[in-house]
Write a protein that binds this ligand. Structure first.
Ligand code: IPM
Ligand code: MN
Length: 354
């Protein structure tokens, strides 16, 4: 029997509540499809930081490296200065495990309220491939004359040929495998950011030569935010840099029904990947059994797909669709008509039969 070692990082706020439901669903499909999951839980997050002053212990990255995948709940604590945990935990894992792709499916499930007029599940079904280790996120830059009226702040976007190429190649391969419209859109800003996007465009055109079956397209990042709202049906797979990807995927989350359902994967195709609901730790709802666990459940589904448990992953998706179409009144915390645990129970139950 196939067996996988999964590291769980429930994290802060509502993270533990949603991870609990994701694990419930994972157990349901692993029973049904006959594979084994061994979970190791890590207490990284705000509470641990406040107790110990440490974001990640030195041994953490090496321990995480021993697993087949990581499932993360949420990172962010109201008593910790913004940025400390994000940089010290989330970004550090992405960088040190070289999870160079941030994969964000944007799919509107049946029964889910969409803020776009006259758009339905047939219109909203695309995937954003965001570069996840470079660009503005590298933290390159400097202050000059800090705190004086002549202050200069430099924040550099680092784009390496190697980093851009592996991201674009992943996107082409992913687009081929997805086999929907076989259309890959490069999202950039070639008209203004003429160094970074010149490199991206050249590499994109070059790699496109290896994928004659994939149609290519280009959209400026500002225009794409407009098209997401006006014509989301135009998109199949989109590839973009770290910062633009961060921004457009929040918009993507909204058009698919909000943070209650939005999941993502931090992928190292040759290493250990980490899957997460993309919403935050929602301190307001912590411990209330009100938060929507579907995003974490969908992240667990993405994790299984990545591990090669395709049937199990598709089953989770079908079960989630049963729940969105037949049960939930809304995806918003406290408005679902069910508690967090009830939603997890429902999905787990459908996983035994759909
Ligand atoms: C995301 C988040 C992170 C990012 C933050 C929490 C550092 O917004 O996963 O999109 O900016 O990448
Ligand atoms: Mn973000």
């Amino acid at each position: 029997m196939e067996s996988y070692n999964i590291a769980l990082i429930p994290g802060d706020g509502t993270g533990p509540e949603v991870v609990r439901e994701a694990v419930k669903v994972l157990k349901a499909v692993s029973d049904r499809f006959q594979f084994k999951l061994d979970f190791t839980e890590y207490d990284f997050g705000g509470e641990r930081y406040l107790r110990t002053g440490e974001t990640l212990p030195d041994s953490a990255i090496d321990e995480l490296r021993q697993h087949d995948a990581i499932l993360l709940g949420a990172i962010g604590h109201p008593d910790v200065k913004p940025g400390v945990l994000e940089r010290g935990i989330l970004l550090r894992i992405r960088f040190e495990l070289d999870q160079y792709i941030n994969l964000r499916p944007v799919k509107l499930y049946p029964g889910v309220d969409c803020p776009l007029k006259d758009k339905g599940p047939e219109d909203i079904d695309f995937v954003v491939v965001r570069e996840n280790t470079e660009g503005l996120y590298v933290g390159g830059g400097a202050f000059l004359r800090r705190g004086t009226p002549q202050e200069v702040a430099i924040q550099e976007s680092i784009n390496t040929r190697f980093g851009v190429e592996r991201c674009i190649r992943f996107a082409f391969q992913y687009c081929r495998k997805r086999n929907k419209e076989k259309k890959l859109t490069l999202c950039g800003k070639t008209n203004v950011l003429t160094y970074a996007w010149d490199l991206w465009q050249r590499v994109f055109e070059e790699v496109a030569g290896e994928f004659p079956d994939i149609k290519t397209d280009y959209a400026h990042v500002d225009a794409i935010t407009m098209w997401f709202v006006k014509n989301p049906e135009w998109f199949d797979v989109i590839v973009t840099d770290n910062m633009f990807g961060d921004i457009i995927t929040d918009l993507g989350a909204m058009i698919q029904g909000g943070m209650g359902i939005a999941a993502g994967g931090n992928i190292n195709p040759e290493g250990v990947s980490m899957f997460e609901p993309i919403g935050g730790s929602a301190p307001k709802y912590t411990g209330k059994n009100m938060i929507n666990p579907l995003a974490a459940i969908c992240a667990a589904g993405m994790m299984l797909e990545h591990l090669g448990e395709i049937e199990a992953s598709q089953t989770i998706e079908r079960a989630v669709m049963e729940v969105t179409s037949k049960h939930l009144k809304s995806l918003a915390a406290g408005k679902m008509g069910y508690t967090t645990t009830e939603v997890g129970d429902l999905v787990a139950e459908y996983c035994t039969k759909v």
